[in-house]
Design a protein around this ligand. Structure first.
Ligand SMILES: [Ca+2]
Ligand SMILES: [Ca+2]
Length: 252
């Protein structure tokens, strides 16, 4: 092999290795199997009042609980509400969450909606029920009962606003996210009439943070399209070949 070819191989290899290192997923340290992205709010943010306007939450729900959903072990005997839609969006200052529990069509004081958000070693509780809140992070909470774009039948509606500063996070960060079953203070949502309760993610063990979802406080639409691992590898090879060609011309 000529020295020029050796040089080409070495340069290509170096670029491929460096690109591989850079291609590690941003959430690698969290090791979650479910990754969620938030929707960026570009206009007026939703009004946290328990009522849903036709265009108030125009984004696709990130989480859909269907009639086929089964709560995770050891809660699989607890029947989930079906269906329910959860939509997550953000501004530069606040996180907004909308839970449209079309499966809960009874207005009970004990109806409830609960999330845990994990930032570093701190778990923040985001919660509201018909009699108040078990919240630990502040912001606005509302529980309502009425129709929504997902169902004309009256049902439970929950809206939340959580200040990012209250959790010590900013846009672009990733946090842990789940809706647990906790001391009978249930999840998104809990129907007091039937006992149905949506516990999420499907593999959730609240004490094992790797089973929570990873929620990115950012919208992929804000950034350049992400490359697949194969795309990153091909790009690295291409960059390496160009660099090698430049070096060879320089050496001539
Ligand atoms: Ca509203
Ligand atoms: Ca109910």
């Amino acid at each position: 092999m000529t020295s020029a070819r050796v040089q080409t191989v070495v340069v290509v290899a170096l670029f491929a290795v460096s690109a591989g290192l850079l291609a590690l997923p941003a959430n690698a340290s969290l090791a979650q199997t479910i990754n969620l992205w938030s929707h960026r709010i570009t206009g007026a943010p939703p009004t946290v009042d328990g009522v849903v306007g036709a265009n108030e939450w125009p984004w696709t729900p990130q989480i859909t609980i269907t009639s086929s959903y089964v709560n995770p072990v050891p809660y699989s005997a607890v029947l989930p509400d079906a269906p329910a839609y959860t939509t997550i969006a953000f501004t530069n200052t606040d996180l907004y969450i909308f839970v449209d529990v079309v499966g809960d069509q009874t207005q009970d004081t004990g109806d409830e909606c609960l999330f845990w958000i994990r930032v570093g070693s701190t778990t923040y509780v985001v919660d509201i029920w018909g009699g108040g809140s078990h919240d630990s992070v502040g912001g606005d909470r509302a529980v309502g009962f009425g129709p929504s774009p997902n169902s004309s039948a009256n049902h439970r509606i929950y809206e939340f606003r959580v200040p990012l500063s209250a959790m010590g996070v900013t846009v672009g960060q990733t946090v842990g996210f789940c809706s647990p079953y906790f001391k009978s203070s249930p999840s998104m949502g809990f129907d007091s009439t039937t006992g149905h309760d949506n516990i999420w993610p499907p593999n959730l063990d609240p004490s094992n943070f790797s089973t929570w979802a990873a929620l990115g406080l950012s919208d992929p639409a804000d950034s350049l399209p992400a490359l697949t691992p194969m795309g990153v590898g091909l790009l690295a090879i291409l960059v390496g070949l160009v660099a090698a060609a430049v070096l060879r011309r320089t050496a001539l």
